[in-house]
Design a protein around this ligand. Structure first.
Ligand SMILES: NC(=O)c1ccc[n+]([C@@H]2O[C@H](COP(=O)([O-])OP(=O)(O)OC[C@H]3O[C@@H](n4cnc5c(N)ncnc54)[C@H](OP(=O)(O)O)[C@@H]3O)[C@@H](O)[C@H]2O)c1
Length: 316
């Protein structure tokens, strides 16, 4: 028997949840134990987590009953949705409702909800600065998450609202790495003007979440924003150039150009970057580096992240 408190982790085989599971398992003296939630307990990733010492449990965030079972007996839960799996904010809200309901049902003492801003609070739908998408959103993959905050509040779930930042891992996995122009030179392309983009190693999100759980009740009912560093496109390009040993330029485009790039989600991401650009003061202010480092003393800077990951960035 263990007296350690169980944290049920949604998305345990993915970036955010995986970081939290590893943070718990790597701490020999942890008061917590990790319950890794996955749709497939037999996948290689799930088996790898079991081998590391996690309890692995099957559930699907689209199946509320499976969530109730998966949260039973736990102290806390890490809740995250997977927008790009379906691209539906309505579905994200329904998934958040299922997670909040399961948390309530299980009587959890602390839930971390991985959220983002409902940008419509800053840019109402009739604001012409950026197009309205899907009929009622400005940044669909942000707005649904922000809207879903209310679901946790309405059910009186003891929740911490965790505002995450742009993953630097997007340079590896999301096609946002440097590309060669017609002149053969590498460039990164963002519609951020000269404004700063809060970014972080995806792995550090879970480590910060672990720091929040370790603080007990301190962050319950609060919103906390996390980031590794706030960097302009120029600063990111310079750090990339240094790490890769080859000049990298910052290709500053307008948001409407970015929205027109034509890849799935380009309009959503164009609006997202425009929101971060136009509301830089708020957006950076809501994501504090010192707080993030206090929660996770191993917090990586962009340069540290690059030195460990530069070989993984695909270059043509
Ligand atoms: N990319 C960024 O810069 C960024 C920044 C901030 C926030 N976000 C947000 O982060 C979220 C994604 O988190 P992530 O990056 O940690 O995800 P991820 O790495 O893509 O991980 C996805 C994992 O979640 C599990 N999963 C997917 N659908 C599920 C379902 N229906 N029920 C249960 N588990 C499911 C899968 O596990 P199994 O296959 O094992 O079930 C998968 O391994 C998105 O909503 C995105 O908007 C992204």
């Amino acid at each position: 028997m263990t007296s350690r408190k169980i944290i049920a982790v949604i998305g345990a085989t993915g970036a955010q949840g995986g970081g939290l599971v590893r943070a718990i398992l790597n701490d020999q003296n942890s008061d917590f134990m990790a319950r890794a939630i996955t749709r497939d307990v037999n996948s290689d990733n799930a088996r790898a987590l079991a081998k590391l010492g996690a309890e692995v449990v099957a559930a699907d965030i689209d199946d509320p009953e499976s969530l109730k079972k998966a949260f039973e007996g736990a102290y806390g839960a890490y809740c995250v949705t997977f927008f790009w799996a379906h691209a539906s904010p309505e579905k994200e809200v329904a998934e958040a409702r299922a997670m909040a309901g399961a948390a309530k049902h299980a009587g959890l003492k602390h839930v971390i909800w991985s959220t983002l801003e409902d940008t419509r609070r800053w840019v109402p739908l009739d604001d012409q600065r950026m197009p309205t998408l899907m009929g009622k959103y400005k940044v669909p993959h942000f707005d649904g998450k922000g809207e879903a905050n209310q679901v946790f509040t309405d059910l009186a779930v003891p929740v911490t609202f965790l505002l995450t930042s742009f993953y630097w891992d997007n340079l590896i996995h999301f096609g946002m790495g440097p590309k060669r122009g017609p002149d053969g030179k590498l460039a990164i392309t963002f519609p951020m003007g000269d404004k700063k983009l809060p970014g972080m190693a995806a792995e550090d999100i879970g480590k910060c979440a672990y720091g929040i759980f370790k603080k007990g009740s301190e962050y319950i009912g609060k919103t906390v924003g996390i980031t590794g560093e706030h960097l302009t496109g120029e600063e990111m390009a310079a750090a990339l150039g240094e790490a890769l040993g080859e000049e990298v330029r910052y290709n500053m485009v307008e948001p409407e150009v970015y929205r027109g790039f034509g890849f799935p989600g380009a309009d959503d991401l164009g609006n997202m970057f425009q929101f971060k650009r136009d509301f830089e003061r708020y957006f950076c202010g809501a994501r504090d580096i010192d707080t993030s480092r206090e929660l996770n003393p191993e917090l990586q800077s962009f340069t540290t992240w690059l030195s460990a990951n530069k070989q993984r960035i695909p270059l043509e």
